[in-house]
Design a protein around this ligand. Structure first.
Ligand SMILES: [Zn+2]
Ligand SMILES: [Zn+2]
Ligand SMILES: [Zn+2]
Ligand SMILES: [Zn+2]
Ligand SMILES: [Zn+2]
Ligand SMILES: [Zn+2]
Length: 434
């Protein structure tokens, strides 16, 4: 930088003045959204549906777009955030109708992408569409299928009665009153780290075996007349007595772990589940998995007998003992038994053993932030709908600033902080203090 008397604009200062803009306008973002993730290939990343481009049209191959494309390519469009989806490659460059502005070559469809019901705008085992204005319930994402579930569909609490009848018009951030009137969920968000939905559990033998044991909580009941209760809490006390005894017995039998107390009423299921484990255990590592919880196993027997592939609830005529969802407490990934019988179904889903990386657009590049990046940074802190409005506002502001700065660039003049400030001051007055 040059002498002290000429105050040039360093990237820090630019950052500071931009940060001020951001605070003033409450519109800026922690990430830059200047490159589509397509060239990075499939990865776990936030995915967006563009409703305006009908990227959820059931008659055509659904498409999802990366966060950069949601901001840069579909700026003015109505969108639905699906949150992270693993092994997903951005479809924006494969979309002919609305061409990608960040990655301009037209690419073939992404054969590797999996498009569940979320890509048709439907969520949960109840298959309902999501409407931010009407939805009163918290929804929870399954770490397996990455679909989203209503708390009521997880039996964590009753479905709020008024939701369907009187969609409450919620002002921005004013949902708290409504939320406050709901009864507390049976398992609160602080009490667990991850949800795996019942249909995912059915596909993961080791998880199914752990279901309902300590740290692998479930919501169950023994008859339709009973209230729902939680099993598998860590400081249990409410865990079922026979399970506790079984677990203690198993513990007392110690390291061999090969002999398990018989469970009532699930001989078939347990045979299948435990296939190979005692003999394998005697040769190498003993199996340290807890004794399966009979209540949990009964639920899986019912649900698999009903042939519920999509994890639907049992038909109304069937008693509903639970949906088979499990709520894993903190530290769950480190707790699995890794014996030869337990390990394979975990290894085939690496996210069960190690927390997976979720792509985030790059942050604060060393070279300093561009105006666009700084504006985007501000925008990301806003709720989605407001952010999209903000993007429009920002684009207008950026164009203005670029016009303003162009003469400096053409004449090779250094932009000074005062110059930028002057622009923002003018803008601020123009917008009536926003
Ligand atoms: Zn993209
Ligand atoms: Zn669009
Ligand atoms: Zn794009
Ligand atoms: Zn639901
Ligand atoms: Zn699932
Ligand atoms: Zn094991």
């Amino acid at each position: 930088m040059s002498s002290d008397d000429v105050q040039t604009l360093t990237s820090q200062e630019l950052y500071a003045s931009q940060a001020q803009l951001i605070d003033e306008a409450a519109e800026a973002l922690p990430h830059q959204f200047t490159s589509c993730t397509y060239p990075l290939g499939p990865l776990r990343q936030a995915v967006y549906l563009c409703l305006t481009c009908k990227l959820n049209d059931p008659d055509v191959q659904p498409k999802g777009i990366c966060s950069a494309c949601s901001v840069a390519c579909h700026t003015d469009h109505e969108q639905l955030e699906l949150f992270p989806k693993r092994d997903f490659r951005c479809d924006c460059p494969t979309t002919q109708a609305h061409r990608c502005t960040l990655y301009t070559a037209l690419e073939p469809s992404n054969e590797g992408n999996k498009y569940g019901q979320n890509f048709r705008g439907l969520f949960c085992r109840c298959g309902r569409p999501y409407d931010a204005k009407k939805e009163r319930e918290t929804m929870i994402q399954c770490v397996g299928c990455e679909d989203w579930f209503h708390e009521s569909c997880l039996n964590l609490r009753e479905r709020p009665a008024s939701r369907a009848l009187s969609p409450v018009k919620q002002e921005d951030g004013d949902a708290s009153d409504e939320e406050g009137s709901l009864p507390p969920p049976l398992i609160s968000g602080e009490d667990y780290d991850a949800l795996v939905c019942g249909s995912c559990v059915l596909e993961i033998p080791t998880l199914k075996r752990y279901a309902g044991t300590t740290g692998v909580m479930m919501v169950v009941r023994h008859s339709d007349a009973e209230p729902w209760k939680v099993i598998g809490q860590e400081e249990d006390g409410s865990a079922e007595t026979n399970v506790e005894i079984d677990a203690k017995t198993a513990e007392a039998e110690g390291q061999t772990g090969s002999k398990r107390p018989r469970e009532e009423g699930s001989a078939d299921g347990s045979n299948k589940r435990l296939r190979g484990s005692p003999s394998a255990a005697s040769e190498s590592k003993p199996c340290l998995a807890p004794t399966p919880n009979p209540t949990a196993q009964k639920i899986y027997k019912c649900t698999s007998a009903n042939g519920t592939d999509e994890g639907k609830k049992p038909s109304p005529s069937e008693p509903n003992f639970g949906t088979g969802d499990v709520f894993l407490t903190e530290g769950w990934r480190a707790r699995w038994c890794k014996c030869p019988s337990c390990l394979p179904s975990l290894e085939s889903r690496p996210y069960l053993l190690e927390e997976e990386d979720t792509y985030e657009p790059p942050e604060d590049p060393d070279s300093g932030l561009s105006l666009e990046e700084l504006g985007m940074r501000a925008l990301s802190r806003l709720p989605r709908e407001r952010a999209l409005d903000g993007i429009r506002a920002f684009n207008a502001m950026r164009d203005g600033l670029m016009d303003y700065l162009r003469p400096f660039a053409m004449e090779g003049r250094v932009v000074q902080e005062a110059d930028v400030r002057a622009f923002f001051e003018a803008k601020k007055t123009e917008n009536g203090e926003a």
